[in-house]
Write a protein that binds this ligand. Sequence first.
Ligand code: UDP
Length: 496
Amino acid sequence: MAGSAAPHVLIFPFPAQGHVTPMLSLAEILSLSGLRITFLNTEHIHRRLLRHSPALSRLARRRNNFRFLTIPDGLPEDDPRLSDVEFAKVQDSMKTSSRDQYKEMLTQEIDGWPPVTCVVADGTLHLANEVADEVGVPTLVFRTSSPCSCWVYQSLPTLLHDGVIPFPEECDMDEMVRGVEGMEGIVRRRDLPSFMRLAKSADDHDIKLISTINAHAISGKGFILNSFEALDPTLLSIMRSYYPTIYTVGPLHLHVKSFISNYNEEEEEEEEEVDNYKSGSNSTSLWQEDRTCMTWLDDQRDKSVVYVSFGSVAVVSREQLNEFWQGLVNSGHRFLWAVRRDMVVSQGEEMMNDMAAAEELEKGTKERGCMVDWAPQEEVLAHPAVGCFLTHSGWNSTLEGLVAGVPMICWPFFADQLINSRFTSEVWRIGVDMKDRCDRITVERMVREVMEGEGALRLRSSAAKMGELARKSVEEGGTSRADLESLVRYIKSTGS
Ligand code: UDP
């Protein structure tokens, strides 16, 4: 297929917030670089984006070289789709419900658009990779998580061979793990991603899942990471000898802004249209953003607020919610807390959303802070009033905190978050890690550590330096910009 038509790339994310957001940013950058883009969403995700994401209407204006297509995910409309947690359910359902339609998109011209010459497939979405391989379209694999988590996954065969996984019974969770090149003396048992931590045998479903993800990662024509060279130079150089060409093009939320602000002359648009395009919101939220918290932040002193958010998938029990709340209140610092209504679960026989708990908390919070369902997170983190970020260490949140130069308190929930939090505290030294603890004393102590005294100044200064390195990487001549240019060159080579 290569060499037969104008370059046309189809981008296919796993249907979850943390995957769709960075892949949409990459899609917009590639579109602004002159490439023709088809972005493939599940119908469910696309409906939610249309309802809540201002960035979508901006993208729709690029109709000459950008379009959305959708496929069903095969799940009933009222299914809660806690997508990452129920990873396998979504994967399996999509495999049967949308395989044929996806195959058609890769092999036939649809609506007069030229054939697809290249796929950017989410590395965790088997369907995206398998079908592209089957029909012979060159595939670039995009992993939306951190380089450190990808590398630890890729080291699975060694960890299994050496008996590190499954963990022996009654083992010391603080013992260092051997067998992951470049991470000696850094990663303890408790820092391994939850799918590895919880494995009971090499035949576990999750272990097989990691093996498949690993196989996709090395079988593509290139491996795209939402990160930047200066964050993990040693690890990336080890990884380069193992993967196909690695393109580190992140932080993508920053990179896309730089592209949008430079957008002008080549487009045959009225000046006013260009200005509208540039001033549009970047938000790709699947929830309605509550902007009242921005007004609340405006009334707070500089660096006085703890911003708390656990992303789009993590859930907490009523008890955990209460411990966080008590710890925050006892710290004496003000806080802004994003609590999704489906985030609190009761620990009964039936796990059900505990809205009452969130509502009670909201009442008790009036004095000290502000609670919203869903915050405009990037803007919140960039607000001068925010002094620290209590986060679940999702990769997008970690990058957003890092770029804003805001130190982090990490409470990882699952998956790659467990290793991201370790790197945040021990390698990049821009935060503290409260992994596996959730009590009011620890919360209070860590908030004080990150908000008060010499330690806080040190963390703030490292975070600011890291943010500066991230900014440099996406500027003209920066490493992420250079990788993006070679990525664009590669995609162009798949056309005529
Ligand atoms: N987010 C947001 N508002 C919120 C909570 C989260 O906009 O109140 C966004 C956040 O900015 C990030 C994404 O949701 O881009 C969460 O992705 P991440 O990888 O951090 O975690 P996940 O949701 O995948 O666990």
